[in-house]
Design a binder for this molecule. Structure first.
Ligand SMILES: O=C[C@H](O)COP(=O)(O)O
Length: 252
């Protein structure tokens, strides 16, 4: 937790969810009362096929809708790709870029992630920029160097607390049920805060830093209580409204 930064709990549904899953979004909206909304922001990033529908369902509620990736260009001959402009048009307010599954499955480099963040900003949307070390990198003691290099390479100049959110997701903790210790999370988040403050001044000092990787209702209080952790990027446990609300309850 950082003083004076309103936390964000964002759900990344990844490649999960059909139209009927709107019932979970409706349940989330129903359980996310004004008191909770005053303490923590909430966002769901469904698959691209549901962004428009979810934005309509969430319209007028305090739950924001985001997307999971975008192309670096606004339009053009890129079969199967989707642009930040399209997601803005569909009602998204943020787009995740640089998730480790994109970096691994699609070979996305820091340079590509940076260009995607710029494409997100060009539509006045928020870029949720992900970084994180692999298991091998942690075991060989390279974690902080990897994170620093990813931050330096993936975040464009001009990043502000309003246009960017940074998510630390250790690759080995994603979908595995494993989590780093609170001390390990604190070490990485302190390092990120220092790097961002050096690079972006006051904007870096007040940018939201999310932790992601096997966040569940049972471990949310401990993880969200770590210094410089300003919320969570949640995968599996965001698919059910009850679990997602259980994670946000860490801020009650
Ligand atoms: O974007 C979300 C993360 O990859 C975390 O996924 P997970 O909560 O299923 O471990």
């Amino acid at each position: 937790m950082s003083a004076a930064i309103k936390p964000l709990v964002a759900g990344n549904w990844k490649m999960n969810g059909l139209k009927a899953a709107a019932s979970e979004l409706e349940a989330l909206i129903g359980g996310y009362d004004a008191d909770l909304a005053s303490k923590v922001d909430s966002m769901i990033c469904p698959p691209a096929t549901l962004v428009s529908q979810f934005a309509q369902t969430a319209g007028g509620s305090a739950v924001a809708i985001g997307a999971q990736d975008c192309h670096v260009n606004g339009s053009g001959a890129h079969t199967g790709d989707l642009s930040a402009e399209m997601f803005a048009d569909a009602g998204a307010s943020a787009i995740i870029v640089g998730h480790s599954e994109r970096r691994a499955d699609h070979g996305e480099s820091n340079k590509v992630v940076k260009a995607k963040a710029e494409a997100v900003w060009a539509q006045d949307l928020v870029a949720i920029i992900c970084v994180g070390e692999t298991e091998g990198e942690r075991k060989s003691g390279e974690t902080l160097d990897v994170i620093k290099a990813q931050l330096a390479g993936s975040i464009p100049s001009g990043a502000t607390a309003a246009n960017s959110v940074i998510a630390y997701e250790p690759v080995w903790a994603i979908g595995t049920g494993l989590t780093p210790t609170a001390d390990d999370v604190a070490e990485v988040h302190a390092c990120m805060r220092e790097e961002l403050s050096k690079a972006f001044g006051d904007e870096g000092s007040s940018m939201r830093l999310l932790y992601g990787g096997s966040v569940k209702p049972g471990n949310a209080s401990e993880l969200m209580g770590v210094a410089n952790v300003d919320g969570a990027l949640v995968g599996g446990a965001s698919l059910k409204a009850a679990d997602f609300l259980g994670i946000m309850a860490a801020y009650k």
